[in-house]
Design a protein around this ligand. Structure first.
Ligand code: ADE
Length: 241
């Protein structure tokens, strides 16, 4: 018997959104190959009444509806034996990043709870010790697209999914920098030439040029990443720009 498949468990009110894009391309092939597996549960199946009520108005007033703690707790209880952290997807969460993807991919799986409506009753978050994670500083209509994106990021890190020459080491964020720009055929397109150094065959010069380009892009576009890159001097100890 080989290693057990990495298991993604998703709790959602919209199970039809899965596997969606995860059935295609790299993630789809890896699932067909048994590298990972996806199990999706419909939160509505855990409603306490015949009408399938999963939400109610917020105490204290305000817009929208809140997912009921008893319903979500019952859904979480149904996946009690599954491997992985219990994650609640919400714009209130800590930001997801490449390090998070690596951590989850290194564990036997993950359980993702997708929010809808205005949010989830805080008591079930506390009682279950859910970790709150956000895809970014924007509001989606639900956690599902965030779950799809996060699972994609994890699955491609699983052993054997991206081939040895697939370049996991050189891609954006692996060394705290954005990736350098890429060029391919034709050498001249719309009067624009490929940078000369890339045609030189001089590997050390190419490496240095790419490093320089990566640093420049990171400095300009992501000053936050630049300040936190490995080896950056702590703020206030002089200019490092
Ligand atoms: N649900 C709604 N917006 C979200 C976000 N930015 N991240 C995760 N889940 C969400």
């Amino acid at each position: 018997m080989g290693t057990p498949a990495w298991l993604a468990t998703v709790l959602t009110l919209f199970p039809d959104m899965f596997p969606g894009p995860l059935a295609l391309s790299l993630a789809g092939k890896a699932r067909d190959a048994g590298t990972w597996n996806l199990e999706v549960l419909d939160i509505r199946d855990f409603a306490r009444d015949r009408r399938g009520t999963v939400d109610d108005a917020p105490f204290g007033g305000g817009a929208g509806m809140v997912l009921r703690p008893d319903v979500v707790d019952a859904a979480l209880a149904a996946v009690d034996g599954r491997p992985g952290r219990r994650i609640y997807l919400t714009p209130r969460g800590r930001p997801f990043d490449q390090a998070t993807a690596r951590r989850w991919a290194g564990e036997p799986g993950v359980v993702l709870l997708c929010g809808r409506y205005e949010g989830l009753d805080q008591r079930v978050i506390d009682a279950r010790g859910l970790e709150e994670v956000s895809l970014g500083d924007f509001v989606l209509s639900g956690g599902e697209p965030a779950a799809l994106a996060m699972l994609d990021a994890c699955v491609r890190l699983l052993p054997g999914v991206v081939g040895a020459d697939g370049g996991l080491e050189e891609e954006s964020f692996e060394d705290g920098l954005l990736e350098y720009p890429l060029y391919t055929q034709p050498r001249c397109w719309n009067d624009m030439e490929v940078p000369e150094v890339l045609l030189s065959g001089h590997h050390a010069r190419i490496r240095a040029w790419r490093r320089d380009q990566a640093e420049q892009a990171t400095r300009e576009r992501r000053p936050d990443l630049w300040a936190r890159r490995p080896g950056a001097r702590p703020r206030g100890t002089g200019s490092d720009m």
